[in-house]
Write a protein that binds this ligand. Structure first.
Ligand code: RRO
Length: 314
């Protein structure tokens, strides 16, 4: 039996549902080239970009944990023009999602205006409203009125496919509120979850934090965030308009984790910490594991089980 892992978000059709999580192996031209040439993943996303290049936060700013990672990168990136030039000068063997993360509403609007006005750009854009690590700046998607103001202004002029990257929510009332807000807008997708913001890890021997920025506070990712990621994919899939697709991100280390994301309703699945730790070969391995599970269960298409999670009835 052959298994079909194709998926679609707006005008972006892919023959494999996996992509990198933004921030992983996608900052420089060389890294983007590696992702472009990687033979298995269906799409790729850039590092979140700001209008000007940024070094980001001081080092150390990433730390491997026993079952995940903590980071406080601080939005290091090469700047908006660098990524636009990259897209114009490199063959796109696979679709590239442009991730934008202005440090203010004005910066977001400026980048989106440029994308809207650039006829050569027809791809998918993702507005990152959830970076936890820029010093002094809150995660906009936790401020519902501010997020609503921004989206209202964005969709007054932005007509190309646009999704947003969300932070994790932890209360069902917040799922209700963010879904009601997002359902007002013609979003192509939501990508959930970003890292769980402002965790803290400590080296007990030295009695010291492991990250330099923000007194050691940073975003938590990797397998320990899988339950939170699954809850957010499931909770939002149950509440969002069907036209708003979901990219499931968070805690995927193997085919079973990806299968679980799809059962919760993910159209595509991205891999973050595991990709960083294992390298790009993770795409081939996780794809093979997912394919094996589907074959064993007799599923040919992702749609055969996407969103079909069972609950325990009385
Ligand atoms: O660069 C970062 O510190 C970062 C970003 Br923009 C983000 O969205 N999520 C994250 O965990 N780190």
């Amino acid at each position: 039996m052959s298994v079909d892992l194709s998926a679609q978000i707006a005008n972006m059709k892919v023959n494999n549902l996996f992509l990198n999580a933004s921030g992983i192996h996608c900052q420089t031209e060389a890294e983007l080239d590696d992702l472009m040439q990687e033979p298995v993943s269906g799409a790729m996303v850039t590092k979140s970009m700001t209008p000007q290049s940024r070094f980001g936060n001081p080092l150390p700013r990433y730390y491997r944990l026993a079952n995940g990672s903590i980071n406080s990168m601080g939005l290091p990136n090469e700047g908006f023009d660098y990524y636009m030039d990259y897209l114009k000068t490199h063959d796109q063997i696979k679709p590239v999602i442009v991730s934008v993360a202005g440090r203010s509403k004005e910066e977001d609007l400026a980048m989106l205006h440029t994308l809207q006005d650039d006829d050569s750009y027809q791809g998918l854009t993702e507005l990152n409203l959830s970076c936890p690590n820029v010093i002094g700046e809150p995660q906009m998607a936790y401020d519902f009125p501010a997020a609503n103001d921004l989206l209202k202004e964005v969709f007054s002029f932005y007509k190309k496919p646009l999704g947003i990257k969300l932070p994790p929510y932890f209360d069902l009332v917040h799922f209700d509120q963010i879904a009601e807000l997002l359902n007002q807008y013609p979003l192509s997708h939501v990508n959930t979850i970003n890292s769980i913001g402002n965790g803290l890890w400590i080296d007990v021997n030295s009695e010291t934090v492991v990250l330099k920025p923000k007194g050691g506070f940073g975003g938590v990712g990797g397998s320990m965030v899988l339950p939170t990621a699954l809850a957010n994919v499931r909770g939002l899939r149950q509440r969002l308009n069907p036209s708003i697709k979901i990219i499931g991100t968070g805690g995927v280390t193997n085919g079973r984790d990806a299968f679980a994301h799809i059962l919760c309703g993910a159209e595509m699945v991205s891999i973050g910490t595991q990709l960083y730790e294992e390298g790009l070969g993770a795409f081939e391995r996780v794809t093979r594991e997912l394919t094996d599970i589907m074959e064993a269960k007799g599923y040919e298409l992702l749609a055969d089980f996407r969103g079909k999670l069972k609950v325990i009835e009385d």
